[in-house]
Design a protein around this ligand. Structure first.
Ligand code: NDP
Length: 282
């Protein structure tokens, strides 16, 4: 208890001394958000819109993107454009970045958030699915980041990566998904060192999220796992703040950071706790 108390105090001390968020800094900011037709990406689009940003959104379903873009304009976005793309394709990730660079004249924020659909079940050898999911959840991220880096360098911009607690601490039923999130953390963790060592203008923010109440997530965990889900709109706002304040890491909700520490410090009890928080009868 004392240990957890001390960690919490240290956490809040760091939080209070972190740079404060200036909503005005996002007025006219040029932003590309992926996976923005639903869930956290959609909420980020609305938040950026309310701050008066110029946004490009992308996902596969064009008709839904159109509705989200219209709502963004009604909420105050200076511009809201959309482009349909499949991130499993070799060429679509570049096409999307080129579209945003062309229409917005550069980028201040690249927010990589999309994920392909994956079953919430025991691994049973679906190697092709993992290969496909890696393309969607990982390779497209590094392709888009590389394409956008020169523009972000010019604008002193930010690269925002939406990751997961499962990219720090694997749980059951999510082997393909967790592997893509571990890959993201490894790649962008390494890249952020290199950018800092090169004294680059670009900041990298890696966002570790716990369970968030999006439709796709709740559909999977309902009845299987009993942990509280946090609101997508609040998660979205926290991700936007992390990018705008050039925070290297975001943990939302805050205690996800403590959970990752406990996993390393007390592995056996953490594993016992993880395996017993799922309703599973073999
Ligand atoms: P959703 O499933 O609600 O949204 C996924 C988005 O990705 C949709 O806009 C979807 O749109 C798009 N998408 C799916 N497949 C493709 C594809 N092949 N190409 C392009 N776009 C695609 O996800 P969440 O909002 O729940 O999650 C958002 C982020 O937050 C993810 O990175 C996730 O890992 C992370 N996260 C979420 C948690 C949660 O509990 N919700 C917990 C931890 C992390 P369309 O179908 O139109 O293509």
């Amino acid at each position: 208890k004392i240990l957890i108390g001390s960690i919490s105090v240290a956490y809040f001390a760091v939080k209070w001394t972190a740079p404060s968020f200036d909503p005005g800094s996002l007025k006219g900011a040029r932003v590309l958000v992926t996976g923005a037709s639903t869930g956290i990406g959609e909420q980020m689009a609305y938040n950026y819109a309310q701050f008066g940003a110029r946004i490009v959104i992308t996902a596969r379903r064009e008709n839904i993107l159109q509705q989200v873009a219209e709502k963004c304009l009604s909420l105050g976005a200076q511009e809201a454009l959309y482009i349909a793309a499949d991130m499993a394709s070799e060429s679509d990730p570049d096409k999307v970045v080129d579209f945003a660079l062309d229409k917005l004249g550069g980028l201040d924020y690249l927010v990589l958030n999309h994920i392909g659909s994956t079953p919430f079940s025991m691994w049973s050898g679906e190697v092709d699915h993992v290969r496909w999911l890696m393309k969607v959840n990982f390779f497209s991220y590094i392709q888009m980041a590389w394409r956008a880096l020169p523009s972000l360098e010019q604008s002193k911009g930010s690269l925002v990566i939406v990751s997961s607690l499962l990219g720090k601490m694997p749980g059951p039923f999510t082997a393909p998904y967790a592997s893509t999130k571990f890959a993201l953390n490894g790649f962008f963790g390494s890249l952020s060192h290199e950018l800092a060592m090169k004294k680059s203008n670009v900041s990298v923010s890696i966002c570790t999220l716990g369970l968030i109440d999006t439709e796709s997530a709740m559909e999977k965990v309902r009845g299987v796992v009993n942990v509280p889900a946090y609101p997508a709109a609040e998660a979205a706002l926290n991700i936007i703040k992390a990018g705008a304040t050039r925070q290297l890491e975001l943990y939302y909700p805050w205690f996800t950071q403590i959970i990752t520490l406990c996993k390393d410090w007390f592995p056996s009890s953490s594993n016992f706790f993880i395996q017993n928080s799922y309703n599973y009868n073999p």
